[in-house]
Design a protein around this ligand. Sequence first.
Ligand code: PEP
Ligand code: MN
Length: 375
Amino acid sequence: MLAILHPDIALDSEAYRQTMHFLENLPGVSVRVHQVQGAKQRLTEVYLLGETKSLNKEDIEALPAVERAIRISDDYRILGRHKDDRRQSGFTYNDVTFDQSNLNIFAGLCAVDVPEHVEQMMQALEDNGQVCTRMGAYKPRTNPYSFQGHGKGCLPWVFEKAGKHGIKVIAMEITHESHIEEIDHCLEQLGRPTGVMLQVGTRNTQNFELLKAIGRQTTYPVLLKRGFGITLNESLNAAEYLASEGNANVIFCLRGMKTEAGQPHRNMVDFAHVPAVKRLTRMPVCVDPSHSVGSRERAPDGVLDVMHATAQGVIAGANMVLVDFHPKPEKALVDGPQALLMEELPAYLEDIQLCHDTWKKRQQIYRRLKESATE
Ligand code: PEP
Ligand code: MN
């Protein structure tokens, strides 16, 4: 059971004290308080766990601090959608809003290499009105002898350049909990010129200790990649680990599944799961066409497979695109062959906008159908 308290309720009020006293003394029930900071108000949610079957929803709703109660299923308690659950999705971080109806594009370098390339990338983003990017500093590599990323050494100049070009959010993968501190320390020292979204890569989707460490902080939102060889349910549970530790500002990223059946693509493109994730959970959904497709192959229609895959995700309602670009792919230290080129950025953004608008129009068709059926 979930009790949603009145918005902006004071934690030192008599109503809150009485309500918590009642809930904390329910036999066999443990209580977990979760704060949600929305754009306009702060919501307090109280999760009742354990022996909750016999609890009466009306009794909980009669408590002075409770606005309404929701009976929640065991799956994805915090991030999931439950019956009669009208809770909103999404969050705002560093002036950028992420939810299940809007769209943000994170074009950038798979891996940070030299300042000149980061500069060119960010300049192109600024010229095209973009405020988000991706920049890999800590790279999880299959081969221990491959370039592992510049690590904390590159953070100061990457963050400074981001600030200079008006970048608000950088998606940056971390592979160890100590990286949170490294990022936070560096941003703090620089006066927070930009923001970071902590990315959990597909190799770490079920690294539960890493998830718990990231979930314990709420300064940075999280981009969680789907595990490449596990079920969707298992990956969504991994997201719930973050929320259960206290951080529900999570975006779920589809990036393809590892199977021979995906060939000639690097992974089996799984963007048909965009609407499924939106139905099962309240998380905004990201697609990563670069790591799904993994090449610059082009169809006879002249459009790159990466662009087609992006379109498939966005037209199905994706809320974020994470995509590799590089000014000189032949010089890239990681994933050069799948990178899009700077001169392709404006057309790519136009294509994405077209698909996002089309998604909105598609919804209208089915809304009309529903209306005419109920007339
Ligand atoms: C990446 O986004 O740089 C990356 C390594 O992706 P994935 O974890 O999906 O392989
Ligand atoms: Mn990569």
